[in-house]
Design a protein around this ligand. Structure first.
Ligand SMILES: Cc1cc2nc3c(=O)[nH]c(=O)nc-3n(C[C@H](O)[C@H](O)[C@H](O)COP(=O)(O)OP(=O)(O)OC[C@H]3O[C@@H](n4cnc5c(N)ncnc54)[C@H](O)[C@@H]3O)c2cc1C
Length: 301
């Protein structure tokens, strides 16, 4: 629905900042992809609820976007609305309870926790996510996930306790139902500042030793019952390239986008990896990254 008139009318009526024909490449960590018909920047929770309702009523497709660190945007762009959470910010701490808004960065949550002698979530250190994206994806590493520390989530459709969030491996009800996460209440552990800081230093060092630099979206494939990186490495696919995208030599589950890379390069590389791993190991790799917009026919490899 590429009708800027309709999108502009919604923006004016609700008083929500909007950008039309907006580049998504600058909003995503791969730095690739085309434009969205509109990106809205609501700065309060009620505005998100109203936007969500309006877009549904008008029949416009829409998605939520946080840090854009797990998304591959089609080079053709997205013919719909993007609701960015970038301006939904504000962290409060009371005892062991930390409440953050969807657009807060996980790194800011960690800093607030640290200065309030709270911990438990140090394992998230270095994940470049927003709070909403991390909770929707149930981001995690080193055997733990963000959902382990969630008390409840305020979403567009209501309030959900942790057990109602349907957290699974890199998924939640918010992701599967495109239900906007507005704010998250974390129940953290009491922690000594120094111990917490040491853990953060340790996790950052682990990350630096294992993960490559460069533009990526972290792990491309899920590690659900197996380590995708090991399987890909075992198929001798490190260094494989398509256009200006290549499989990292340091970590085979990372695809790095060089300058000039197109999303289609990344997509073709993903398809080649999947086909090779299926042929050589009979394993069906499943993408952890999320696609936005339309891509070429999936069966081309
Ligand atoms: C260098 C690097 C390292 C990484 N390491 C890890 C890691 O160790 N572990 C890990 O799990 N991930 C990792 N990632 C991937 C990524 O950071 C996580 O998946 C993160 O949770 C995505 O958060 P985001 O805010 O960027 O979400 P986005 O990329 O903006 O969105 C991801 C998905 O969540 C949805 N979404 C976003 N915000 C909301 C919201 N408010 N409400 C509802 N849905 C929403 C989007 O529609 C999309 O489907 C890494 C990425 C990079 C670039």
């Amino acid at each position: 629905m590429k009708d800027n008139g309709v999108y502009a009318e919604i923006s004016d009526r609700l008083g929500v900042k909007a950008e039309y024909d907006a580049s998504l490449a600058k909003m995503c960590s791969y730095g690739t992809g085309g434009k969205a018909a509109v990106v809205y920047y609501p700065d309060n929770e009620e505005a998100v609820r109203l936007l969500d309702k309006e877009l549904k009523e008008k029949g416009s497709p829409f998605v939520y976007l946080g840090g854009g660190t797990n998304v591959l945007v089609s080079d053709k762009g997205y013919d719909g609305a993007v609701i960015s959470t970038a301006e939904l910010k504000g962290i409060t701490v009371n005892g062991k309870i930390l409440i953050a808004k969807a657009g807060d960065r996980i790194s800011d949550v960690m800093t607030s926790a640290l200065y309030n002698s709270l911990g438990g979530i140090e394992f998230l250190s270095g994940i470049p996510a927003s709070v909403g994206g991390a909770v929707a994806m149930n981001a995690g590493c080193f055997g733990k996930s963000v959902g382990d520390y969630v008390s409840y989530v305020v979403a567009v459709s209501g309030i959900y306790t942790a057990s109602e969030c349907r957290f699974g491996y890199r998924t939640s009800r918010f992701l599967t139902e495109n239900d906007g996460v507005l704010s998250v209440c974390f129940n953290l552990d009491i922690a000594e500042y120094e111990q917490s800081e040491n853990k953060i230093t340790y996790f950052n060092a682990m990350r630096r030793s294992k993960q490559p630099m460069g533009k990526s979206a972290g792990s491309v494939f899920k590690n659900d019952g197996y380590f995708a990186g090991k399987i890909i490495d075992g198929c001798d696919l490190k260094g494989l390239s398509e256009g200006n995208a290549f499989v990292s030599e340091k970590h085979a589950n990372f695809i790095i986008a060089k300058n000039g890379a197109k999303s289609e390069d990344i997509r073709r590389l993903i398809q080649k990896i999947k086909a090779t791993v299926k042929e050589k190991r009979n394993v069906e790799l499943v993408e952890e990254i999320r696609y936005l917009g339309e891509f070429e026919n999936e069966d081309q490899f």
